[in-house]
Write a new protein. Structure first.
Length: 376
């Protein structure tokens, strides 16, 4: 008998997977109506599911104790806490949006680190939504599932997240990065397949203790909004790269000027990265990663010593480019390396972390993978 049958007493009807993501470039541009360029990771959350006919949902997750159960009709924002808030939020948003979902037993399993900035929260929501819709035999456009996942995380879980993570988890394709223009709400698949070019993309979780992340994030958003208001534009996306110096000259506050310089130059770097990928010049993307990191460190001021040491060490060990990725103040770095250099770059980072007395980092090889799908 499978562990699913052990737990719920009857066999599963199907299984679905939804991946985590890593953003290649375009950091803190999403809430400025900007551009982002994530890939889906091979690491994913898997959910095995069976229908129930009593309007109730039972959830369990490998490595976490117990089974948590709730009635779909009783759900209201915040009514289910802890990790089960995510599957409960998925059921709630489907009910609110009028999708014909029924009860279900759901068993989750994951090889995606949780809380590392690789978006296990979006993967959990996208996996649950895919399973509940799949059990109901409802065909829904992946981008619409992504919007439902965002609404669930915003309104049910109470986290003010953007739409990038869910779009990556739902809409990415293998061997590509997802170019997502937030202002236009338009996506494009950009060829990006490091292994096919003799390259590797290393993701290193620096395991830094998170420091004041929420407050710092809110402060950065506020600076960007203030700057847009002062410049008389709806969002910083409206400041063209060619007009950056003019815009900076019109801003009084030195800190706000730095924040604007990051956002405008970062959007430009996304455009440059996309152009290089389209031209098949993957190695030349490396320096853009490195420039992005410098901008996040010096102008946006959201790096911590662990991130800076990891990036500097990767570059010194021969990486073609490296940068922090995600919200900052911890999380992960990415490093683009020649395939045969990945191991020595990682070893150099591990050695540097030991010398600095940092926690040991962990890593994964980020092959650009496909978005959520049904497995069986
Ligand atoms: P991230 O999205 O960067 O991984 P978050 O803090 O947004 O970090 O989401 C992490 C949360 O998602 C965890 O605290 C937990 O509630 C939930 N979660 C992630 N993976 C799992 C899993 N395999 N099983 C149950 N809950 C999970
Ligand atoms: Mg998250």
């Amino acid at each position: 008998m499978s562990s699913f049958e052990d737990l719920f007493g009857k066999p599963a009807d199907g299984s679905w997977r939804a991946p985590g993501r890593v953003n290649l470039i375009g950091e803190h541009t999403d809430y400025n109506d900007g551009l982002v360029l994530p890939i889906a990771l091979p690491n994913r959350i898997l959910v095995t599911a069976a229908k129930r006919d009593d309007g109730r949902i039972a959830v369990s997750s490998a490595g976490r104790p117990g089974v948590i159960e709730f009635g779909i009709d009783e759900l209201a924002p915040g009514s289910v806490g802890d990790w089960a808030a995510y599957p409960a939020g998925a059921a709630w948003v489907l009910r609110e949006a009028g999708y014909p979902i029924g009860g279900a037993n759901l068993l989750f399993d994951s090889d995606l680190p949780s809380g590392a900035g690789l978006s296990s929260s979006a993967a959990l929501l996208c996996a649950t939504l895919s399973a509940l819709l799949g059990l109901a035999e409802a065909e829904v456009d992946p981008a619409e599932v992504a919007r439902l996942a965002q609404r669930a995380e915003n309104q049910y879980v109470g986290a003010p997240v953007g739409l990038m993570d869910q779009m990556a988890s739902m809409c990415c394709t293998a061997g590509h990065a997802l170019f997502f223009d937030i202002r236009a709400m338009a996506t494009d698949q950009i060829p990006f397949d490091p292994p096919a070019d003799g390259l590797a993309l290393l993701v290193v979780d620096v395991k830094a203790p998170h420091r004041h992340v929420d407050g710092e994030y809110a402060a950065r958003r506020k600076s960007c909004e203030q700057a847009a208001a002062e410049l008389g534009v709806p969002a910083l996306r409206s400041i063209a790269y060619a007009d950056l110096d003019d815009a900076l000259a019109r801003l009084k506050d030195e800190v706000v000027r730095k924040r604007v310089r990051h956002v405008v130059t970062e959007i430009r770097r996304v455009e440059d990265a996309v152009a290089l990928m389209r031209a098949g010049k993957l190695r030349e993307v490396g320096p853009l990663f490195t420039a992005s990191h410098a901008s996040l460190r010096d102008d946006f001021e959201i790096t911590v010593p662990e991130l800076d040491v990891a990036v500097d060490t990767a570059l010194a060990a021969g990486a073609l480019g490296a940068r922090m990725t995600g919200g900052g103040f911890g999380g992960c770095i990415i490093a683009l390396t020649e395939a045969d250099a990945a191991e020595s770059v990682l070893a150099a980072i591990e050695k540097a972390f030991a010398e600095h007395g940092f926690s040991a980092p962990s890593s994964l090889a980020a092959t650009p993978s496909a978005g959520a799908s049904r497995l069986s």
